[in-house]
Design a binder for this molecule. Structure first.
Ligand SMILES: Nc1ncnc2c1ncn2[C@@H]1O[C@H](COP(=O)(O)OS(=O)(=O)O)[C@@H](OP(=O)(O)O)[C@H]1O
Ligand SMILES: [Mg+2]
Ligand SMILES: [Mg+2]
Ligand SMILES: [Mg+2]
Length: 352
């Protein structure tokens, strides 16, 4: 399969899963949310989205060739509450497939759904082709009714070559000053990127044609805007405020959930993304695979606190120096210097 065909396949799968997420978010019920063993939330939509993407990819790929590294697994669906959830997930998956006039498929059984979810247990690695999926990135944002993304990448011999981000709540217009509440602006963006072929945005509903996008060309940090996680538990916001101060950034950060940040940055809404998880947290590849190629193909750079590009070839986790930074190529040296200045000035007890 060519990169172009992989990208088309990925975009169809992400659109399908995004429709399931949109319908769940519209009628979200508290009982459709569970807590995982690490206390993070997971909803019927996370499982449904993973099942749909897995199913949509596998049916189009040569038999036996499908490998998927994905966030969720079916373990928690084996419990009593899990069984009720599975029935609901199966219904959602089948309703979404039935509503798509381009798909001709028999309904999935609950067992098919479990199998599709558990395809995501692959370990990835440095050789071969592995799809990398976050079925809902920003589950907390999803539950709150805010931003989230369906994020799908393709890892080929250790390198991300395709990335698709479905961002159902992201306005098609700039969010440089934050996401307006209660606006009538159209929302729903699909970002697509493939190696050497650029990054494009189109409307998730397919009504607006793809347009090539580029990261901001701002080269003076005083004019830069930065974005970061909405959840302060996910990134040290006092550290990022210090980095911004050292850089001379004056605008307040735009805080939104999920890899929608990478999409927004790829079209120039923000100039710098700073992400510094609290000590002990290990980043997963599905939280950055699609987003990183969306940025790099738009002309930007994604790197860690040592200035190294992200390495997706080490399995399910990223092996990183301290944090993740994205910006344009001109600003990379100055942003990296500011990051290192602030990290070097930290108290030793705050270091990893
Ligand atoms: N402690 C901690 N530190 C850093 N990151 C964490 C942490 N806990 C979770 N996660 C991961 O963060 C993913 C959500 O991404 P964001 O931080 O960009 O969005 S948010 O503002 O927090 O909603 C989120 O992805 P999803 O689980 O897919 O929502 C997690 O993988
Ligand atoms: Mg999660
Ligand atoms: Mg995630
Ligand atoms: Mg997720």
């Amino acid at each position: 399969m060519s990169c172009y065909q992989d990208l088309q396949l990925a975009a169809r799968a992400v659109r399908l899963a995004s429709r399931l997420c949109q319908s769940v978010q519209r009628g979200l019920l508290a009982k459709e949310t569970q807590s995982k063993s690490d206390d993070s939330p997971v909803t019927v939509a996370d499982y449904g989205s993973q099942a749909l993407v897995s199913w949509a990819l596998e049916r189009e790929l040569p038999a036996g060739s499908f490998s998927l590294v994905a966030e969720e697994d079916s373990e928690d669906l084996g419990t009593e509450t899990g069984a009720a959830m599975l029935t609901r997930i199966t219904q959602l998956v089948n309703d979404t497939i039935a509503a798509d006039s381009t798909l001709d498929a028999a309904p999935l059984t609950s067992k098919d759904v479990l199998l599709a979810i558990d395809q995501g247990r692959s370990k990835g690695g440095a050789t071969g082709r592995h799809w990398v999926l976050d079925p809902i990135d920003g589950t907390r944002g999803f539950v709150r009714g805010d931003q989230y993304a369906v994020a799908l990448g393709l890892l080929e011999n250790g390198e991300i070559v395709v990335g698709v981000l479905g961002c159902p709540n992201l306005p098609m217009t700039s969010i440089a000053h934050g996401v307006p509440k209660d606006s009538n602006e159209p929302v729903g963006c699909l970002f697509t990127a493939s190696k050497g072929a650029g990054t494009f945005v189109q409307s998730l509903d397919g009504k607006l044609q793809p347009q090539q996008v580029y990261v901001s060309n701002v080269d003076d940090p005083a004019w830069a805007t930065f974005c970061e996680s909405y959840e302060s538990a996910h990134s040290n916001q006092s550290l990022t405020a210090n980095i911004a101060r050292v850089l001379g950034v004056t605008a307040p950060p735009v805080r939104i959930d999920s890899q929608a940040k990478y999409g927004a940055m790829a079209r120039g809404d923000a100039v710098i993304y700073l992400r510094f998880p609290h000590p002990g947290y290990r980043e997963k590849i599905w939280d950055h695979a699609a987003g990183s190629i969306v940025i790099t193909e738009a002309g930007g750079a994604v790197f860690d606190a040592a200035g190294k590009s992200l390495d997706f070839s080490k399995g399910r986790f990223l092996d990183l120096e301290r944090g993740i930074i994205a910006t344009n190529k001109k600003l990379k040296p100055v942003v990296l210097a500011a990051v290192q200045t602030v990290l070097n000035g930290e108290q030793p007890s705050q270091k990893l």
